[in-house]
Design a protein around this ligand. Structure first.
Ligand code: HEC
Length: 111
């Protein structure tokens, strides 16, 4: 784990800074007020679980971008009561940054 992080820090400074920007954005836009990176609940999916669910799905980027922009419900276990709000104030590139960030998450980092 430590080695993996070190590796990233040395080899991909650009990748790391993109991660940081997305994290800052997620905080600014209050995404992290509801979502946690790794604490999954029935009503609010963690970003790691979202990444797991859509990994390998070729339509994931488009689908999730649409979902962040327009909001939605009923996909995860909230019984239709847990709402993902619409974020009409996010730009295309901000949404893309967030989606890439979410989809890049792994529960156990590959080494
Ligand atoms: C008010 C709480 C809340 C906020 C704020 C919020 N979300 Fe969500 N989000 C949810 C809930 C609840 C769901 C699950 C909806 C469902 O079951 O369909 C969800 C689902 C998602 C999904 C998965 C959608 C799917 O169809 O599987 C993504 C991706 C996501 N949110 C990203 C974000 C991002 C990015 C932000 C910030 C711009 C954000 N969320 C802000 C509550 C929130």
């Amino acid at each position: 784990m430590f080695k993996f992080l070190l590796c990233c820090l040395c080899l991909c400074p650009l990748w790391v800074s993109a991660q940081t920007d997305a994290m800052t954005l997620a905080k600014e836009k209050a995404c992290l007020g509801c979502h946690s990176v790794d604490q999954h609940t029935m009503s609010v999916p963690s970003y790691q679980k979202i990444a797991e669910k859509y990994r390998g799905d070729p339509g994931a980027v488009e689908y999730l971008s649409e979902k962040i922009r327009n909001g939605g419900k009923g996909v995860w276990g909230g019984g239709g009561r847990s709402l993902m709000p619409a974020f009409l104030n996010l730009s295309q590139s901000e949404i893309r940054l967030l989606v890439d960030w979410i989809l890049s998450m792994k529960e156990t980092p590959a080494s």
